[in-house]
Write a protein that binds this ligand. Structure first.
Ligand code: BGC
Length: 731
C-alpha cells in the first residue's frame, strides 16, 4: 500500500512538473560518446564513465557463438564476428554450431591465403582485403576473424592453407595491405593466431619451446607488422601455450610484447575455447573471451555464457575487490575503441556482397597466385583454338573446395570447379572427357579406376590430371595434421600410370601444402593451383589456355622428402604430448635448406612463366652505409620472350660474418613487374639497417652488426641472377 501511494505521488508530481520536467531530464546536447566528431579517446572515456560494472563485464565475453554484448541502455551495439579469412562464413545458430539456414548468406569465396601469398603482390592483398571487407560490412560484421599469419614450419600442418607461407618478410608485406583493405570498410581484422600455432596436433594445449631469436626473427614479424604498419584493430590469441602459459592469456606475448613493446591499442580476442582461467584472463592481456565450453574441446550446458571465465566469475571477483576495477576498465576501453572504429563509425561505407566484381577479384587473385612449377617442352599453354582430345582425370576436378577445412568453410554463391573451367575455355574446339582415376573411398577398387583412366589417357592428345589434397580431416583441414607427405588415395600410382600411357601429361595440384612428387622427373608439366575460391576453375583454365601468363611464386619450400624439413629432421614435431621444442631455431624453410645444403624439390620463390626474363647487373648507389643510413640497389629486368608477363624480382641479403649464426640469405625485398615483350624496367630497392639486423637474444634487441654484406637478386631463392657487396660501417 505504501508503495502504491509513493508511485501515485511521483506520478502526480511529474504531471504537475509538466513539460519543463521532461526537458530537464534530457541532456542539453549529444553525449560525447555519441558524437562522431569527437576524438575516439574522449568518446571511450565518456562511455566508460556511464557504464555499470555489470555492463562492463558483459562486454568481455561472448553472448552467442559469434557475438559479444553491447550496452543496450546506452545504444552501444553488440559486436558481431565472422570467419574468415577467405570469405564470410554462413550464419550459425545463436548457441549451436549448426548453420542457421539463412537464404541470403552465400558469399564470394576468395582464394586461400597461401594463394594470395603466392601472388607476391601487395596491391593484390589490398584488393583482396577491400573486397572481403565489403562482404563483411554488408553482412554487418564488425570483426573479420583473419587473416592468419602463422609461419609455415612444416608441410604437415593442416592449417597451412590459411596462412601466408614460411617467410616472415613476405608474410609481413602481404598482411599489411590486406588489413588496410578490410579496415577501410569499418570492419576490424582479427589477425590470428597469436602466436606459435604452427601445428594442429595437440593445438589446444601444446607448450611451444622456442628461442628468442626464432620468436622475434621468424614467428613474430608478421604480427608486428600487422599491428604497427597495418594498424589491426584486433588480434586473436592462439590455443597453444608459450612459456607454459596459454597464449590467450599470456603475460609475455600479450602484455609485454603486444600491448607493451608494440603499443597495440586494439582488442585481444580469445580463440574459441582458448580461455582457461579467470585471474589469468583478467591480468594477462585478454579482452574478449569467446567460445568457452562450446568449442568441441569441452562440451557442456547450452547458453553457458554467464559461466565464462570473464563472465560471472570475473564479476564476482571484481565485486569482492579481488580484482581491481581498473582491470575491466582497461578491457572495456579497448572494446569501446573497436566499436567506435566499426559499428559506431557513421562514415563507414555500406559494403556489398557476392557481386560480380568480387567474383572477378577472386578470379584475378587466383590467376596471379597459380604457380607453374615445371613446363618441360612447353606443353603449356594449350591453344584453345586447336581441336584436340583432352582427358581430365581426378576427383579434385569436380570437388568443391570451399566447404570443409574447419572454420574457414564457406557457403558460396558459386564455385567454378576445374572441370567447368576447362570446359568454359576449351569446350568450343576440344573433345573433353573425364575419368575419376582415384577415389577417396577405400572400398572402391582403385586399381581398376587407374587402369580405366590410363586406357582413356592413351587415346587423348593431352591429359590434365587434377589431384592433390582436399579439405577433409588429415588433409588441408583445421584440427588435424596430415599423416603423410605423400599424395593420398594412391595418386602417385595413378600419375605414373597416366604418364606411361601418355607423355603429354599436366599434373595440377590443388592444395595448401607441399607434397612429395616421386614422379617429378617423369612428368613434363606441373601446376600448383592452391584453393582458388569461387572462380578456381576459370582461373586455372585461363592459365592452361595462356589467356593469363602465370606469375605466382612459391611462398614456401617444397622439400624432396619430408625428412628434408628441419622440424622433421630434428624430431622436433609434434612434440611429446606436452611440449614441442622448435629445435631448428631460426632455420625454417629455405634457411634450413641453405644451411644443410639440401636441395629442395621446388624452392621458395620459384615459379615459371610462359615468357622469359633477363636480369641486368645489380647496381648499388654506394658501397658503404652506416646504421642511420640506407643505400639503394637497382636492377633492370627485361621480358626477353614473346608474351607479356609478370616477374617477381627478389632481393636476398647475406651477412658475410656475424657474431651470431645467421641464415645464408634472407628475403628483404621483392617487386612484381609487368612487362610487355621486349620491355625493360629498372627495379630499385632501399636497404636500411633494419634489413641487415638480427635479433640479439643476449641484449634482447635488434642489432645491425658492422661488416660486409652481399645483396643477391634473383627470380627465386635458388635462381640468383646477380650479386653486389657492400659494407655496413660503425656510426
Ligand atoms: C579457430 C579460429 C576461428 C574460430 C571461430 C577456432 O576453432 O581456430 O581460427 O576463427 O574457431 O570459428
Amino acid at each position: 500500500m505504501k508503495h502504491r501511494l509513493l508511485s501515485a505521488t511521483l506520478l502526480s508530481l511529474s504531471l504537475l512538473g509538466g513539460l519543463s520536467a521532461t526537458y530537464a531530464a534530457q541532456p542539453a546536447h549529444t553525449p560525447i560518446y555519441l558524437d562522431a566528431n569527437r576524438p575516439i579517446e574522449e568518446r571511450v572515456e565518456d562511455a566508460l564513465s556511464r557504464m555499470t560494472l555489470e555492463e562492463k563485464v558483459a562486454m568481455c565475453h561472448a553472448q552467442s557463438k559469434f557475438s559479444s554484448a553491447g550496452v543496450p541502455r546506452l545504444g552501444i551495439p553488440e559486436i558481431w564476428m565472422t570467419d574468415g579469412p577467405h570469405g564470410i562464413r554462413m550464419e550459425k545458430l545463436w548457441d549451436e554450431w549448426a548453420d542457421a539456414q539463412w537464404s541470403n548468406d552465400s558469399c564470394t569465396a576468395f582464394p586461400a591465403l597461401t594463394c594470395l601469398a603466392a601472388t607476391w603482390n601487395p596491391t593484390m592483398a589490398n584488393t583482396y582485403g577491400q573486397a572481403i571487407g565489403e562482404e563483411a560490412r554488408y553482412r554487418n560484421k564488425a570483426v573479420l576473424l583473419g587473416p592468419g599469419v602463422n609461419i609455415y614450419r612444416l608441410p604437415l600442418n593442416g592449417r597451412n592453407f590459411e596462412y601466408m607461407g614460411e617467410d616472415p618478410f613476405l608474410a609481413s608485406k602481404m598482411v599489411v595491405p590486406y588489413i588496410h583493405g578490410v579496415q577501410r570498410n569499418g570492419v576490424a581484422t582479427c589477425v590470428k593466431h597469436f602466436a606459435l600455432n604452427n601445428q594442429e596436433i595437440d593445438r589446444e594445449f601444446v607448450n611451444v619451446i622456442v628461442d628468442d631469436r626464432a620468436l622475434h626473427e621468424i614467428y613474430l614479424p608478421a604480427f608486428k607488422a600487422a599491428v604497427q604498419e597495418g594498424g589491426t584493430w584486433a588480434i586473436m590469441g592462439a590455443y597453444n601455450r608459450y612459456k607454459d602459459q596459454f597464449c590467450c592469456h599470456n603475460q609475455y606475448l600479450l602484455n609485454d610484447i603486444l600491448k607493451g613493446d608494440w603499443a597495440f591499442d586494439g582488442v585481444v580476442i580469445s580463440d574459441w575455447g582458448g580461455t582457461h582461467n579467470t585471474q589469468q584472463a583478467a591480468y594477462n592481456g585478454l579482452d574478449i573471451e569467446m567460445g568457452t565450453w562450446t568449442d568441441g574441446l569441452a562440451w557442456s550446458w547450452s547458453n553457458a555464457y554467464d559461466k565464462y571465465f570473464l563472465a560471472q566469475p570475473f564479476l564476482i571477483q571484481l565485486k569482492k575487490g579481488e580484482i581491481d576495477e581498473k582491470v575491466v576498465d582497461e578491457k572495456v576501453r579497448r572494446i569501446l575503441r573497436l566499436t567506435f572504429r566499426t559499428t559506431m563509425n557513421p562514415h563507414r561505407p555500406y559494403g556489398s556482397f557476392a557481386t560480380e566484381e568480387h567474383a572477378l577479384t577472386a578470379r584475378r587473385i587466383a590467376q596471379e597466385g597459380i604457380v607453374l612449377l615445371k613446363n618441360e617442352g612447353n606443353l603449356l599453354p594449350l591453344d584453345p583454338k586447336q581441336p584436340r582430345k583432352i582427358l581430365v582425370v581426378g576427383e579434385n576436378a569436380k570437388q568443391m573446395m570451399t566447404s570443409g577445412g574447419g572454420s574457414s568453410e564457406l557457403k558460396v554463391k558459386h564455385e567454378v570447379l576445374p572441370w567447368e573451367g576447362i570446359q568454359n575455355y576449351f569446350g568450343d574446339q576440344a573433345q573433353i572427357s573425364y575419368e575419376e582415376g582415384y577415389s577417396l573411398n577405400p572400398a572402391v577398387n582403385r586399381h581398376a579406376l587407374r587402369q580405366q583412366a590410363a586406357e582413356a589417357a592413351a587415346q587423348a592428345d593431352v591429359v590434365l590430371f587434377v589431384g592433390g589434397l582436399n579439405k577433409k580431416d588429415n588433409q588441408d583441414c583445421e584440427a588435424s595434421d596430415r599423416r603423410s607427405y605423400e599424395l593420398p588415395y594412391e595418386q602417385n600410382e595413378l600419375i605414373a600410370a597416366l604418364r606411361q600411357a601418355n607423355p603429354n601429361l599436366v599434373v595440377i595440384l590443388i592444395s595448401g601444402n607441399a607434397v612429395a612428387m616421386p614422379w617429378v622427373d617423369q612428368v613434363p608439366t606441373i601446376v600448383q593451383a592452391w584453393y582458388g575460391g569461387s572462380e578456381a576453375g576459370n582461373a586455372l583454365a585461363s592459365i592452361l589456355a595462356g589467356e593469363v601468363n602465370p606469375s605466382g611464386k612459391l611462398p614456401f619450400t617444397f622439400p624432396v622428402r619430408l625428412e628434408d624439413n628441419a622440424a622433421i629432421a630434428l624430431e622436433a614435431y609434434p612434440g611429446n604430448g606436452k611440449d614441442v621444442e622448435y629445435k631448428e631455431g631460426i632455420f625454417v624453410g629455405y634457411r634450413w635448406h641453405d644451411r644443410q645444403k639440401i636441395e629442395p624439390l621446388f624452392c621458395f620463390g620459384h615459379g615459371l612463366s610462359y615468357t622469359t626474363f633477363e636480369y641486368g647487373p645489380a647496381r648499388l648507389n654506394r658501397r658503404q652505409m652506416n646504421p642511420r643510413d640506407s643505400i639503394t640497389l637497382s636492377v633492370s629486368v627485361r621480358n626477353s620472350g614473346s608474351r607479356s608477363g609478370a616477374e617477381v624480382v627478389q632481393l636476398y641479403l647475406c651477412d658475410k660474418k656475424s657474431s651470431l649464426p645467421r641464415p645464408l640469405k634472407e628475403l628483404k625485398g621483392f617487386r612484381k613487374v609487368v612487362l610487355e615483350p621486349g620491355e625493360e624496367q629498372t627495379v630499385t630497392f632501399t636497404i636500411d639497417a633494419q634489413a641487415l639486423s638480427y635479433y640479439d637474444d643476449r641484449q634482447q634487441t635488434w642489432v645491425a652488426e658492422p661488416g660486409q654484406f652481399e645483396a643477391w637478386v634473383g627470380a627465386s631463392s635458388e635462381d640468383i641472377r646477380s650479386r653486389a657487396s657492400f659494407e655496413l660501417t660503425d656510426e
